[in-house]
Design a binder for this molecule. Structure first.
Ligand code: FAD
Length: 395
């Protein structure tokens, strides 16, 4: 088999890249380790930046998103029992965020790829990128127990943090920067009406909590926990009691409760691999970088990467020359590091850090007081939260 771009991973990065390449007249094949029903059912991100929504609109994938998603023009920062609304749109030139679950984006992208005759190999086992330091890279894998080789011009490693593409890079060629946080997020999906019209980010002496929504009947809530917390030790009553304690306001606000449908613990890590390209292998999305979910940047960064990569590959195939392709890693990393900074800022602002001194705790409250009281600070938060502008508007 042969294609122009061999893509590993059918997450948001791989699927969006494949669709953008198709629209630019470039062939690709996506190799995905899991089954279609699995990738379409994995609950993860839910906040789409304005630029992500605009891109989905521009390729005709905004219909269900606009029908079923929720546009939010603000978020609430809550601490000391009081809520403070940050008006995102007022501070960011009218831009907003849309709450639309990642697995719904995945469903829309898979349907679009298949409708265009795109090829996604689900259940591809033992994928191995080879020869990306030559002019003839290839992907070796097996499908239904039969060994296969996919020859291609370029490989896009969109296979997430635990994928094989980054680890195929020879040691020493990749510089890794990372930070682990001493806590995780206990996430639940609950069958209940929305507790709030907008997302609520809460700082509390017991730890951070977040109220978000998925639909008029399904809600997503999180609270800070030990990274090794045992979810089975938490029944519904204990979960809601903890959320009530952290989210309570002085005027008696309480979350709307309902049966917990799913619960899991998410680790909090920051990670960047530099560079993001090695010969003819290009990394995008979580394969190259991850952020703690506090800034809601992971999915959006993955989409921003492939937007740049698709434009660079299109230029390469059009002109036979690829200044953008050569600059892909350095261009992408500028946005990546700004998202790292913002995610670190939101995480530091809102979480309880074990071992923090009384002085550090006072500084954190001063930071919250500053952000919620200063127009300049709110503009900075809003600009980052709705998504920084793309450097190259023609991408
Ligand atoms: C609880 C949680 C909440 C989050 N909230 C937000 C949010 O609100 N906003 C936001 O922007 N981001 C959020 N994120 C982050 C976001 O989900 C990720 O950044 C995003 O999924 C990255 O997309 P990706 O395509 O790069 O990687 P992935 O989504 O990880 O996709 C990689 C794909 O590659 C496949 N794969 C892996 N290895 C192989 C292999 N060897 N061979 C073939 N296929 C392989 C995997 O099965 C997977 O389908 C959140 C994450 C979590 C966990």
């Amino acid at each position: 088999m042969r294609t122009q771009v061999g893509i590993v991973g059918a997450g948001p990065a791989g699927l969006m890249l494949s669709q953008l390449l198709h629209l630019a007249g470039i062939e690709s094949i996506v190799l995905e380790a899991r089954a279609r029903r699995e990738i379409e059912a994995t609950v993860r991100a839910g906040v789409l930046e304005q630029g992500t929504v605009d891109l989905l609109d521009s390729i005709g994938l905004g219909v269900r998103l606009h029908r079923e998603g929720f546009v939010h023009h603000g978020i609430e920062l809550r601490y000391d029992g009081r809520g403070h609304r940050i008006d995102l749109s007022a501070h960011a030139g009218g831009k907003a965020i849309t709450v639309y679950a990642q697995h719904e984006v995945i469903k829309d992208l898979v349907a679009a790829r298949l409708a265009c005759g795109g090829r996604i190999v689900f259940g591809a086992a033992g994928v191995e990128p080879r020869g990306f330091d030559t002019d003839a890279p290839s992907l070796h894998y097996s499908a239904d127990g039969v060994a296969q080789v996919l020859a291609c011009d370029f490989i896009a490693g969109c296979d997430g943090y635990h994928g094989v593409c980054r680890s195929a890079v020879p040691q020493g060629a990749c510089h890794e920067f990372s930070r682990s946080y001493p806590f995780g997020w206990f996430g639940i999906l609950a069958e209940a009406a929305p507790s709030s019209a907008e997302l609520v980010y809460t700082h509390h002496p017991r730890g951070f909590a977040l109220v978000s929504t998925r639909s008029p009947t399904i809600q997503r809530l999180y609270f800070q926990c030990d990274p090794h917390e045992n979810v089975d030790a938490w029944d519904d009553a204990r979960i809601w009691s903890e959320l009530r304690a952290r989210l309570a306001t002085r005027d008696g606000w309480a979350p709307v409760e309902g049966p917990v449908l799913q619960k899991n613990v998410v680790g909090m890590r920051s990670f960047v691999c530099e560079p993001m390209q090695f010969g003819r292998l290009y990394l995008a999305g979580d394969a190259a970088h991850i952020v703690p979910p506090t800034g809601a940047k992971g999915l959006n960064l993955a989409i921003a990467d492939v937007r740049m990569l698709a434009a660079a590959l299109a230029e390469h195939y059009r002109s036979g020359n690829g200044p953008r392709l050569a600059a892909y890693s350095s261009t992408a990393l500028r946005r990546v590091w700004k998202a790292q900074r913002f995610s670190w800022f939101m995480t530091s602002l809102l979480h309880r850090f074990p071992g923090a001194t009384a002085y550090e705790q006072r500084l954190q409250l001063a930071d919250l007081d500053y952000v919620t009281g200063s127009d300049a600070a709110q503009s900075s938060l809003a600009e980052n939260y709705v998504g920084l502008p793309f450097e190259d508007a023609t991408c």
